[in-house]
Design a protein around this ligand. Structure first.
Ligand code: SF4
Length: 371
């Protein structure tokens, strides 16, 4: 876990980031907006500042321009049900796949077993029914796609993870991850192998690999970039690029997490459950109707507005309309929540139909570990 002033980044815990712009000066992340001139059709999450930072993503854009092959690598730790915060990452993956980028999805089953102490059968079920099936239902295509369980990988991947252990120190581990346990060391070395293995000839020999992550995962990225430098001569590894997105706030104002069911709406929640969760969500509304009319609401502090911004309102005009009506006190939270619920239910109903079909497809796309 890293602390730097008021910023705490913990890849396995709760990260506190009061001001995302501080990540630029404190950790050397670059502002994503500087790349806009190079991006023809930016995703809404880019235009709306949700994807706010990057490391070396300009090199990825240049490689795409030159028609060189590029891989997106991301990992899912199958430790719980998929919620709208996860959907944001799925949406990005699908956007990049549609741009012609190869997609490699690592199911971090070794990490889930070692760090979260999940039961093996259960984590395999979650990977298939929650992560892979939802990704398919959201629009992930089977072309240019490879999905694997870490524990099912073959020799060169494991050789890589073992070789990495030679050039990292216990001090580095503890500076980044706090307390060192064998489980954490195992998880970190496999995660570095996940990100860097596509660069080996055996796995495609990609020169350009990038990882879209939440800001809390940056310590992993910096660690992996250092490892790539140390193995650039011996194995020809290169630094992976990365993009960073903001977290969705939980419906109760805390962290959105699968382990706290009331903080998140899961994509498989029964419709009445999801509606009730959104109706109870914390808003940026004032204490009384009179104050709301006089002062206006605070959409920046509102989890209902976040649902609009991240998921429910693709058209910028509609989003701005809600924003200004809220700010001017023309909209009350009760009526706004009802509108948001209506949009969400319409979307969820469609999605859940696709999800049922996708569950049958999920296990055909990945080799399932025998234990
Ligand atoms: S009116 Fe809507 S956007 Fe504004 S604070 Fe209330 S729920 Fe949030």
């Amino acid at each position: 876990m890293e602390r730097n002033g008021e910023i705490k980044l913990d890849p396995w815990g709760y990260s506190q980031i009061a001001d995302y712009d501080k990540l630029f000066s404190l950790f050397g992340i670059r502002p994503f907006r500087e790349l806009f001139p190079k991006i023809k059709n930016p995703h809404n999450l880019m235009k709306r500042g949700v994807i706010f930072g990057h490391r070396d993503f300009d090199q990825i854009l240049d490689a795409l321009e030159r028609k060189e092959k590029v891989a997106l690598l991301t990992g899912f730790m199958p430790s719980g049900k998929l919620h709208f915060g996860h959907k944001m990452l799925m949406d990005q993956i699908i956007y990049y796949q549609n741009m012609g980028i190869d997609i490699i999805l690592a199911i971090a089953d070794i990490e889930a077993y070692a760090v979260r102490r999940m039961e093996r059968k259960e984590l395999i079920r979650i990977a298939l029914e929650e992560y892979i099936a939802n990704a398919l239902a959201l629009g992930l295509q089977k072309k240019n796609l490879r999905i694997y369980f870490q524990s099912n990988m073959d020799a060169p991947y494991y050789r890589l993870a073992s070789m990495f252990s030679q050039k990292v120190t216990a001090a580095e581990f503890s500076a980044i991850y706090g307390e060192i346990t064998p489980a954490k060391v195992t998880a970190v070395l496999h995660q570095a192998a996940d990100i860097l293995h596509p660069m080996l000839e055996e796995y495609g020999g990609y020169k350009y690999v990038f990882v879209p992550v939440g800001a809390d995962q940056d310590p992993h990225l910096r660690f992996t970039r250092d490892i790539a430098d140390r193995f650039s001569g011996e194995l020809g590894l290169r630094r992976p690029a990365s993009t960073y997105h903001r977290f969705m706030t939980g419906l109760d104002g805390g962290k959105m997490s699968s382990s706290r069911p009331d903080s998140a709406i899961f994509l498989s929640d029964p419709l009445e459950v999801s509606a009730s969760k959104l109706m109870k969500a914390l808003t940026g509304g004032r204490a009384t109707v009179e104050e709301q009319r006089r002062l206006g609401g605070e959409p920046e502090k509102c989890s209902v507005y976040e649902m609009y911004l991240y998921h429910l309102l693709p058209r910028d005009e509609d989003l701005l309309d809600i924003y200004w009506k809220c700010r001017r006190g023309e909209l009350l939270c009760g009526e706004d929540k009802k509108m948001a619920v209506e949009k969400m239910l319409k979307w969820l109903e469609e999605h859940q139909k696709k999800l049922e079909q996708a569950k049958n497809e999920a296990e055909k796309l990945v080799e399932i570990p025998s234990f």
